[in-house]
Design a protein around this ligand. Structure first.
Ligand SMILES: C[S@@+](CC[C@H](N)C(=O)[O-])C[C@H]1O[C@@H](n2cnc3c(N)ncnc32)[C@H](O)[C@@H]1O
Ligand code: SF4
Length: 366
């Protein structure tokens, strides 16, 4: 049963030095054509399910002008939302105006995700972002005044030459914003980015580990719950949409470069705007075997700090999670631990959780 929808808006007013997401320069005419094709894709694929979580991401959805936002919301209105829905809209700080914030609020958006990344002018410049620290404070104030209570901020760390002290200062500023969700990202040097082309390097692994530890310590001290490797939320403010992914549940992905998971098929849409505008939406799709579905269940599920619920697993797969040999092996090695209800990664190993998750790749689970 599908209960989540992701919609991708691939346009940005400027391109950040680290970004390998599916995006391109904002162009009014292309946006208009894109929205009319997006409308067709949604109409063709969406089967009128009642949706719990809707996420408009990018690119930069907030780069759209008011008329384009109105067109986008005509498409969104085709999607039937549950009474208790979560509707997230990604914004870049510099796009936020009272008019846009009110429009989003009045059209049902109840969660805003903001790419802030850093507050330090030298890193803002290095990342080629366009906001200032003052704008972050002013525009989050606008969002709160308009009525938004559910706000996420993305913070990046391990930036080229960044020190622990600089990160510490960034976290202190971030905490002053009093938002209820924080996503943290250690810089990944992706191919085809300015950073990679210019030969920048990230910080040492040792410093990266210290930075992660600092983030975990400072955020949990302030009452944020560390609920996923990179994500922190105040009580009951976890991202329900992202939990769809980590719970290995089905979802629609609409738009350029979007991924989806329908029935047992995982698919990724084309990143070519030309192909997309011709109606050739899907670039690749793969029908998963039961074994691959289980593999994903573990790789995604153990990202959650609470781990995988034994009971949910039994209901979903009609077998006990403890029947899986690899689970027992990792429990024996103390990489995984358990309580009555859950199996989870040993908190001691969260920083190296990727190594543990890799153990599940290519395993035999049936
Ligand atoms: C889907 S992107 C958000 C796009 C949105 N336009 C923005 O810039 O806020 C989600 C987050 O991923 C993080 N991110 C993107 N590229 C990254 C990279 N190369 N390394 C680490 N984090 C990255 C950034 O924090 C970004 O806000
Ligand atoms: S990080 Fe966000 S704003 Fe920057 S180029 Fe990527 S998608 Fe666009």
């Amino acid at each position: 049963m599908i209960k989540s929808v992701y919609i991708h808006i691939p346009f940005c007013k400027n391109i950040c030095s680290y970004c390998d997401f599916c995006k391109q320069f904002f162009d009014d005419k292309k946006v208009d054509k894109y929205l009319s094709e997006l409308s067709k894709e949604v109409e063709l694929k969406y089967k009128n399910e009642i949706i719990d979580t809707l996420y408009i991401g990018g690119g930069t959805p907030s780069s759209l002008n008011m008329l384009q936002l109105e067109d986008l919301f005509k498409i969104i209105k085709k999607i039937k939302l549950n009474k208790n829905y979560e509707f997230t809209f990604e914004c870049n700080i510099e796009d936020i105006t009272i008019e846009k914030a009110k429009f989003l609020y009045n059209n049902g958006v109840n969660r805003i995700s903001l790419g802030v990344q850093t507050f330090k002018p030298k890193y803002i410049k290095l990342l080629n972002r366009k906001h200032t620290k003052k704008e972050v404070f002013d525009n989050i104030k606008i969002l709160k005044e308009v009525g938004f209570t559910n706000i996420n901020v993305d913070l990046m760390y391990a930036l080229p030459n960044e020190t622990l002290k600089e990160l510490d200062e960034d976290i202190d500023i971030l905490l002053q914003l009093k938002v209820n969700h924080i996503s943290t990202y250690s810089l990944i040097l992706e191919d085809n980015t300015i950073f990679k082309i210019k030969g920048f390097s990230s910080v040492s692994e040792e410093l990266d580990a210290k930075m992660y530890e600092l983030i975990c310590k400072k955020l949990t001290n302030e009452g944020y719950i560390h609920y996923e490797i990179s994500n922190f939320a105040k009580k009951n403010c976890e991202s329900r949409h992202n939990l769809t992914y980590w719970n290995n549940n089905r979802y629609y992905g609409f738009g350029l470069g979007a991924s989806g998971y329908i029935d047992n098929i995982r698919y990724t849409n084309t990143r070519s705007l030309n192909e997309y505008l011709k109606g050739n939406y899907v670039y690749e799709k793969e029908m998963l075997t039961n074994n691959e579905i289980l593999e994903n269940e573990f790789i995604l599920g153990f990202r959650k700090i609470a781990g995988i619920s034994k009971q949910s697993f039994k209901i979903k797969y009609k077998t006990d999670i403890k029947n899986i040999e690899l689970i027992n092996k990792l429990l024996e090695k103390n990489y995984l631990q358990e309580n009555e209800a859950y199996i989870f990664i040993n908190p001691k190993y969260i920083y190296v959780s990727n190594t543990i998750l890799e153990e599940f790749i290519g395993g035999v689970y049936e």
